[in-house]
Structures are given as structure tokens and as C-alpha cells.
Design a protein around this ligand. Structure first.
Ligand code: PPS
Length: 567
């Protein structure tokens, strides 16, 4: 199939109208878009999400969730919704125009709100992502990050979000279409990725293009990918290093500002539609496309080839041909890559999994040339030094009086004795004096307090230091959010100081338990306020019958075991 490279509709108004709208929008209510919404809006406006004309209305949303189609029957597998807080939703009337702004307050679009509703998020999770299980990143996002209310309605585009990085590598669907027209490319295979390209991917994409007798577009996602992925700055430098491994003038690199949901089969189909909109004729779908990892039972959310199956069923309707690829492995005797089902019998197969690669990077172990290109490995090592040189956060949690601060202090001194990295202690009391002096102990205030600690710890971790935090941090969801923030930059070691509430109350070093029992302190953790016991912390220390030195030493041993401090 050859592409029709005519321009596709965008939602932008003319330059003159945009200038006028910008001024008029000064009087409108404003919604500050989240990072994910900015990605969605960009693709809505530039036609990447064609045929959508705005954020889904309630009817379209229900239909997309249940049937993967809008109410008019257009194939659309992924809800693209504008979630807002209840507070904001209350101030918006149906029929009203609102301004959609980026995080600096720059107006990007207006939206006429035609619909406002409270979605059934559990149903969305079940139908769209296959399970209402918060181990799935999109389900976690849905329940723990997205606002409670959805607004729907048509969007009027004013301007694209500004990107300061890799400008020359970013193309709208119409820019890509124009590029293909200019180059005379009629058949183009797209390769979607959120990972650095290694030899197996280079081989796979090269073969795909050769088999389809087509040109190749490396089309990596640089919007939002899976938490913990290699950041897009590093990845783009890696892609650039691989570009000249392809025959010249056959391959192009373009960055896609998509916010992935890791929705497996539905997401693969969505990706295919998005690629069709960008003027592509073929789309590579490999093993476990857009897979979210394991569910809370430790099983895969989707079968390895479910995504291929769904795309195959709909490829004709979408108007893009799927190039399905099996897992590629290296055959030692042939010094060459093969799809796993074509490996010559009796030969030696070499493979390095993603987990193994991360381990080798973390521990500074050699990564062989047959696996990746030296330029790519160099870039990855530049971003991720071995673990013993990275920053990390030790996050103590437990009741007041459990011994968190004492152990944290002992740990700090031991780490300072070792030297090598700066150490900062963010103790509960210190933080409440310096960072959170205006906060009390309501759920909202505790969350804010912990998020602040998490933010500071993530900055310390990012910059190669050691952050030791010792708040009560009673809520599992907040601890998880902090973990996610920090794990973008380094390890997060949750240490549950598991002193029982009875023992803490018996010790009552600050006399607070007595006051709490007398009702003189309200919302006291463990007495009149909840504490979610960590289910699987990296370490649990028992303080009853164990001295402080030994508890701190247990943490040191854990850090050594994790490769965070040289043994
Ligand atoms: S939280 O929930 O993580 O924000 O709490 P944190 O910042 O660690 O602050 C806990 C310290 O504040 C004292 N304190 C209370 N704790 C729990 N509940 C209530 N209502 C409360 N009021 C005051 C208490 O001394 C805690 O200090 P630690 O060091 O944990 O004993």
C-alpha cells in the first residue's frame, strides 16, 4: 500500500485569529494542563489524533471504552480525556469556553466544554487496560494522578507547545508528510520505540524496511513513557548515533511527543492510527508492544503477541500494513541476528534482556559489541554511571517514636565516615521546622509534607548525593508517588521501622501518645489516624530487642547488597 500524502486536517486557527484569540482568552477561565495533557493536546491539534476534534465527550468516551470506536463509528482505542479536579469542574458551566495553558501559563488552545462527568475509572481500567490493577502504570495514573472529573468538547488550536530540545528532529504529521513528498518516499515503515536502539533493533528495522521495500522512519516516543525508562535526551543522542548504521538516505529520525499509556494491544492499535496520520504506510509491531510489565500477581498483563493480533484485525480499516516481528536473538556461530523462530537448529543463542542490561550498566560490567554499538553504550554510561556512583534515597517510615530518626542519624554518620557522596538527612522534625512549618497533620497536609520531602530527595538523588528521609509517611499511595519520582534518578530504599504501636506508646519519648489518648492531639498516627504498613519495603527493621547500631548496619548491608556502596 502506498501512502496518500495529502495534508491532514489540523485544529489550528490562522495566525491572525490566533493573535486575536490570545487576547480574548484573557477573560476565560484557565486550566493548567498536566504534562500528559500537553502531549495529548499537541497531537490533537496537529492531526496526530485525527479524526478526534477535541477531548472526548461523555458519549464518545463510553463508546471508546466499550467498543474502541467513537459514537460515529471511527476506530479509536484509547480514551483521550481532559481530567480536572472537582473544584475546577464546579466552576465550569456547560457551553463555556476555557483556556488551556501550559505549565508556564502560555495559552495553547481554547476548548468549548460540552460535557462534564465523573467517569467510572475502574471500568475504564478493566476495559481499556484489561485489569483494575494499580501495578499497571496507566491504571495507577488513573486512580492516583488523574482528576476526578472529565471535561469534553472541541478544541481550537492557538499554538503548538514549545519544545526547546531537538527542535530539528520534531515533526508534525503534515511536516512529515511534506518531507516524504519532497524525498519521493511512497512506502515508509515506522518503528515505534521508547528504548535506546541496540543491534537487534537496528537489524529488525533494517530487515523490515528491506522486506517491505520501503524507507524507514525511526519514530521514538519522547513525550511520556514508562516510569523508569531511559530519559529521552539520552535516547535521542543514542538514536542519532545509530542513524549512520543504515544505508544513507533510506532512513529518517523523527520524535513523537506522545504520552504512552503502556496499554499493550489497544495501545499498539492507537500507535498504528497515529502513524497512519503521520503519512506512514507500514508499522512494525514486535513482541509485547507497549507492554506495562507484570501485574500485582507477578504475571504479564497481556500475551506477548496480543498486540500483533489486534493490529492485524484492524490494519485494513486503519490503512496501514503491520510488519510483525518476532523477538530477535544473536546466533553466535553465524555472528548474526535471527528472529527467534528462525534460529538454525543446534546453534548457540545469545541474548541480553533489558533487566540484564540495566544490571550491567548499574554495575559497570562490560556490554559486548554483538549486543550494542559502542557509541550507544558510551551514551548510556554517561547518563547512568555505575550504581556505586549514583545518588540514592533511603526512606524510613514508621510510627512516631519508632526509632526512625535515631537510626537515620546513625546511618548518616556511617555513610559520612565512608565518604564519596554528600549526605543529607531530611528528618521529620527538621523538615516540619524548615520546609513545612505551616502544615498540620490532616491527610492533605501530610501528603504535601511527604511530597516536599520527596521532591528535595529526588533533586539530591539526581545530583549524585544521598538523601536520608525519616518522616512517618503513613500513606502507601504517597510513598509510592515519592518512589516513582526518585526512581527516575536513582535507587529508592524504603525502610520500614516496624516498631509496634504498643511499644511506641510505652516508650512515649515526647509524651505525645499520652496527649493523643487524652484527645489533646487530634489525628495522631496509630491512635486516631491510619498508618498503611508497607507491603514490600526493601528492608524492615525490628527495633524491639535490636540496638540502633545494628539497625543502621542492616541498612548498610542492604545498600551494599544493592551495589549502592562499594563493599
Ligand atoms: S507525616 O505524617 O509523615 O507528615 O509526619 P512527620 O512529618 O513525620 O511528623 C511527625 C512528627 O510530628 C509530631 N506530631 C505528630 N505525629 C503524628 N501525628 C500527629 N497528629 C502529630 N502531631 C505532632 C511527632 O513528634 C512526629 O515526630 P516523630 O519523629 O515521628 O516522633
Amino acid at each position: 500500500m502506498a501512502s496518500n500524502l495529502a495534508p491532514i486536517p489540523e485544529l489550528y486557527v490562522s495566525y491572525e485569529s490566533a493573535q486575536k484569540l490570545k487576547v480574548e482568552a484573557g477573560n476565560l477561565m484557565s486550566h493548567d494542563l498536566t504534562p500528559r495533557q500537553i502531549c495529548d493536546l499537541e497531537l490533537l491539534m496537529n492531526g496526530g489524533f485525527n479524526p478526534l476534534k477535541g477531548f472526548l465527550t461523555e458519549e464518545d468516551y463510553d463508546s471508546v471504552v466499550e467498543t474502541m470506536r467513537t459514537k460515529d463509528g471511527a476506530l479509536w482505542p484509547m480514551p483521550v480525556t481532559l481530567d480536572v479536579s472537582e473544584k475546577f469542574a464546579e466552576t465550569v458551566e456547560l457551553g463555556q469556553d476555557i483556556a488551556l495553558r501550559d505549565q508556564e501559563g502560555v495559552i495553547l488552545a481554547t476548548m468549548t466544554v460540552t460535557d462534564k462527568w465523573e467517569p467510572n475509572k475502574s471500568r475504564e481500567a478493566e476495559k481499556v487496560f484489561g485489569a483494575d490493577d494499580s501495578a499497571h502504570p496507566a491504571v495507577n495514573y488513573l486512580h492516583n494522578h488523574a482528576g476526578k472529573i472529565y471535561l469534553g468538547g472541541p478544541v481550537t488550536g492557538i499554538q503548538q507547545p514549545v519544545h526547546y530540545d531537538f527542535r530539528a528532529r520534531r515533526d508534525t504529521p503534515n511536516e512529515l508528510r511534506a518531507y516524504f513528498r519532497k524525498m519521493g518516499w511512497r512506502k515508509i515503515v515506522a518503528f515505534q520505540t521508547r528504548n535506546p536502539l541496540h543491534r537487534a533493533h537496528q537489524e529488525l528495522t533494517f530487515r523490515a524496511a528491506k522486506e517491505a521495500q520501503a524507507n524507514l522512519l525511526i519514530h521514538p516516543v519522547v513525550g511520556m513513557t514508562k516510569p523508569g525508562d531511559v530519559d529521552h535526551f539520552t535516547r535521542v543522542r543514542c538514536y542519532e548515533a545509530v542513524l549512520d548504521k543504515y544505508p544513507s538516505s533510506t532512513t529518517h529520525l523523527s520524535l513523537l511527543n506522545l504520552a504512552m499509556r503502556m496499554g499493550g494491544p489497544r495501545e499498539a492499535l492507537w500507535h498504528a492510527i497515529i502513524r497512519k496520520n503521520h503519512g506512514l504506510t507500514h508499522f512494525i509491531v514486535g513482541r509485547d508492544h507497549a507492554g506495562p510489565g507484570k501485574n500485582s500477581q507477578g504475571e504479564d498483563f497481556y500475551g506477548p503477541y496480543d498486540a500483533q493480533e489486534l493490529v492485524r484485525q484492524h490494519q485494513e480499516e486503519v490503512g496501514i500494513e503491520m510488519v510483525d516481528f518476532k523477538h530477535m536473538v544473536y546466533v553466535q556461530e553465524k555472528a548474526q541476528y535471527y528472529p527467534i523462530d528462525e534460529v538454525p537448529e543446534g546453534s548457540t543463542v545469545l541474548n541480553i534482556s533489558g533487566t540484564e542490561l540495566r544490571r550491567r550498566l548499574a554495575e559497570g560490567i562490560e556490554i559486548p559489541d554483538w549486543f550494542s554499538f559502542p557509541e550507544v553504550v558510551k551514551e548510556l554510561r554517561r547518563t547512568k554511571p555505575p550504581r556505586a556512583k549514583q545518588g540514592f534515597t533511603v526512606f524510613f517510615t514508621g510510627f512516631s517514636g519508632s526509632g526512625k530518626s535515631t537510626i537515620a542519624n546513625a546511618l548518616m554518620v556511617k555513610l559520612m565516615e565512608m565518604g564519596g557522596r554528600p549526605v543529607t538527612l531530611l528528618d521529620g522534625d527538621i523538615v516540619r521546622k524548615n520546609l513545612s512549618s505551616e502544615l498540620g497533620f490532616s491527610k492533605e497536609h501530610r501528603d504535601l509534607n511527604i511530597r516536599r520531602i520527596g521532591y528535595v530527595a529526588s533533586e539530591i538523588t539526581k545530583n549524585g548525593g544521598i538523601a536520608i528521609c525519616a518522616p512517618i509517611a503513613p500513606y502507601a499511595a504517597t510513598r509510592r508517588a515519592v518512589r516513582e519520582d526518585i526512581e527516575n534518578f536513582g535507587a529508592f530504599i524504603e525502610v520500614h521501622v516496624a516498631t509496634s504501636i504498643e511499644e511506641c506508646e510505652r516508650r512515649d519519648r515526647k509524651g505525645l501518645y499520652k496527649l493523643a489518648r487524652e484527645g489533646k492531639i487530634k489525628e495522631f498516627t496509630g491512635i486516631s489516624d491510619p498508618y498503611d504498613v508497607p507491603e514490600s519495603p526493601e528492608l524492615r527493621v525490628e527495633t524491639e530487642g535490636t540496638d540502633v547500631d545494628n539497625c543502621a548496619h542492616q541498612v548498610i548491608l542492604k545498600l551494599e547488597q544493592m551495589g549502592l556502596i562499594a563493599g
